[in-house]
Design a protein around this ligand. Structure first.
Ligand SMILES: Nc1ncnc2c1ncn2[C@@H]1O[C@H](COP(=O)(O)OP(=O)(O)OP(=O)(O)O)[C@@H](O)[C@H]1O
Length: 632
């Protein structure tokens, strides 16, 4: 029996070397070997290695690999071996070797081609497994077809509606990017509405629906969806809340899977596809940064060319667990289209006169948000609008988030060094401020829950969160949950009776979805005393729900949560446990996501080295969507 499950039993040669060094996992080795066996062909060891690395890269979120950057693929595990000591293929010779291999060519006996090598306009050679290549090509082609035409609009009518839905804000003179986004949605088949938390994406999405509703009448078929049930429920609540102010149709938000109509058997087989398209006139996808390439491909295939698609999300957050980051690719690819036609007419007052990009980069313009740069006009012409004005969190948290997003560790550390009371970095042994805050949080939740005040207990629950990168290990959720409960009992009475599974003040995290009860995987709640029994309280929008604990299926304590789980939520204060500098999960996107969960204060627990290492490490999500393909 194999004692170490990281080692592939039948690996030989170069695959065995890379597997033992932790660069490849057993699954990567098996898939590469299987492809060769199916093909019944001799394959050069360098090509075999490239295939296994592609499988590894897909598992780490990329849809392809850049053959010149094999060493940037995140390793499968840390074995202590230095990957630099392995014999890596010559990057200059590799593209031709792969192209010539039996795996990247077809013959009469073997019409299938499991590998694809493409050359991009910036000179990179990208290697794909065929499935991801085909999905990416279709996504590229569908988006290009949709961008080639425009919906017909009466500019004057749209301008009037925009004026009513987006009245001038005396507190924010200058370009109104929310109104610009709505103008894009009126005049483009595909719109990308990007922005960090609290920049008004949902507010704008609701007004986009109202605008199209006003333009096209009450027969407009609107689909609202998101990648998870929880995100769909939040979208539904946010849009419903807006209907008090603006005229909106009554629409239920569902998961993208449900919108597409999953067929029995699981996987990616849907009732709606290229031959049975979705009936909607408009589809709004929230949390689109979490949509994988495969799911985006299925959604786009199922769209009629005349369905408006509005994708909303934060391209700087952690992306989907599965391969691909289509939203980030669409935002970050180069934009050179000239702004013209009805859209240019609708945004003239906001975008004129356009300033050069250098003027905004060097700060020559006093406030970069006050002007629209040439590059931003091109983004808009391509259907992309980025909202910048944060309405929910303090300026200092915003500056820290910007420094992290830009990869500027010096700036982030100097913001933290400035001694602002709402931003601190403390090593775990000396985390006095974080400890005091966490302890107060647990005690406030507990006392509200004990006196049966479910609303106050839920408010307290949302007031703070301890966020970790990992589940296990010293910086993981499990150990931090124990530490939080220990901190919470500091000098307090014995209100935390941890020996009982249910006690007032226990924060809950649901790990399973119950559609009937409208409780979703990832929802949080709190146990409260109600008369002589205990109930689990959940809040959705302004609704308070009390559920008997016995009805809950998968549930755990929410003293600490993973940063992945916290996506889509915000809390007044967060304590972020920075994992060790060599953690495979530590990245700029992880830290940005964690920091932007807070509205009022951020306590970073860890070292300056860990923080610096994270800010400087950008997650590699290789894909071809940011460039043009010039040779397949
Ligand atoms: N133009 C505006 N005028 C007044 N209030 C606004 C405007 N835009 C947004 N808001 C308010 O700012 C807050 C944040 O907006 P919203 O929830 O739409 O942001 P978001 O980008 O969708 O955030 P998240 O990513 O966290 O969902 C909300 O309370 C919203 O009502």
């Amino acid at each position: 029996m194999n004692a170490d499950n990281r080692i592939a039993l039948r690996a030989e040669g170069v695959l065995a070397d890379f597997n033992r060094a932790g660069v490849l996992g057993p699954a990567d080795v098996h898939v590469a070997r299987r492809l060769v066996t199916i093909r019944r062909a001799e394959v050069d060891p360098d090509v075999l290695l490239a295939v296994a690395l592609t499988v590894r890269a897909v598992r780490a979120g990329s849809v392809c690999i850049d053959l010149a950057r094999l060493r940037d693929i995140p390793p499968d595990s840390d074995t202590g071996t230095d990957p630099a000591e392995l014999s890596w293929p010559d990057p200059l010779a590799l593209p031709d070797k792969v192209r010539a291999s039996a795996l990247a060519t077809t013959s009469v006996e073997s019409p299938l081609q499991p590998l694809r090598v493409v050359t991009t306009d910036d000179g990179a050679s990208l290697l794909y497994l065929d499935r991801y290549f085909r999905e990416e090509q279709r996504v590229r082609a569908i988006l290009a077809e949709r961008a080639a035409g425009e919906p017909f609009v009466e500019v004057a009518r749209v301008a009037t509606e925009l004026g009513a839905l987006f009245p001038p804000d005396p507190e924010a003179p200058g370009p109104d990017r929310q109104r610009m986004a709505a103008a894009v949605a009126a005049t483009r088949w595909t719109t990308v509405l990007a922005g960090g938390p609290g920049t008004g994406k949902t507010h704008t999405a609701a007004r986009i629906i109202a605008l199209l509703y006003a333009l096209h009448g009450s027969g407009l078929r609107v689909g609202l969806c998101a990648p998870t049930g929880r995100a769909a429920a939040s979208l539904q609540d946010a849009v419903t809340a807006q209907s008090a102010q603006i005229a909106l149709p009554d629409v239920e938000a569902v998961t993208i899977h449900r919108l597409l109509g999953p067929l029995p058997g699981g996987g990616h087989r849907f009732r709606h596809h290229a031959s049975n398209r979705l009936p909607h006139d408009v589809i709004i996808v929230d949390e689109a940064s979490m949509v994988s390439l495969t799911l985006m491909y299925h959604l786009l295939e199922a769209l009629r060319p005349t369905t408006r698609l509005v994708m909303i999300g934060d391209p700087d957050q952690l992306a989907s667990v599965d391969a691909g980051a289509v939203l980030a690719d669409l935002v970050h690819r180069s934009h050179t289209t000239e702004l013209a036609g009805p859209l240019a007419d609708l945004v003239t007052t906001d975008t004129a006169p356009p300033v050069t990009d250098t003027a905004t980069d060097t700060g020559a313009a006093t406030d970069p948000d006050a002007t629209v740069a040439v590059s931003e006009r091109s983004e808009m012409a391509d259907g992309v609008v980025r909202l910048r004005r944060r309405r929910r969190f303090g300026a200092r948290i915003g500056r820290l988030a910007d420094a992290v997003r830009a990869g500027d560790a010096d700036e982030a550390l100097s913001i933290l060094d400035a001694g602002a009371p709402d931003l601190t970095l403390e090593p775990v042994e000396e985390a006095h401020i974080a400890r005091g805050e966490v302890s107060a949080w647990v005690q406030t939740m507990s006392s509200a829950a004990e006196r049966g005040d479910a609303e106050a207990a839920l408010t307290a629950l949302g007031g703070h969160r301890v966020l970790c990168a990992h589940r296990e290990g010293p910086a993981g959720v499990r150990q931090w949950s124990q530490r939080v409960t220990a901190w919470g009992t500091d000098g307090a009475s014995s209100f935390l009776d941890l020996d009982r599974p249910w006690y007032p003040g226990r924060p809950l995290l649901l790990t399973e979805t119950d559609h009937r009860a409208r409780l979703f995987n990832g929802d949080t709640g709190i146990v409260v005393a109600e008369d002589d029994r205990l109930m689990a309280a959940f809040g959705r929008g302004t609704d308070l729900r009390l559920v008997h604990p016995g009805r809950l299926r998968g549930v755990s304590s929410a003293y600490a949560m993973t940063i992945h789980r916290s996506q889509g939520s915000q809390y007044r204060a967060v304590a972020v446990v920075i994992p060790p500098a060599d953690s495979a999960l530590l990245s700029r996107e992880l830290l940005y996501t964690a920091i932007t969960r807070a509205t009022d204060s951020v306590r970073l627990i860890g070292t300056a080295e860990g923080l610096r290492a994270g800010i400087e490490r950008k997650v590699l999500r290789a894909s071809g969507l940011r460039s043009s393909i010039i040779d397949v």
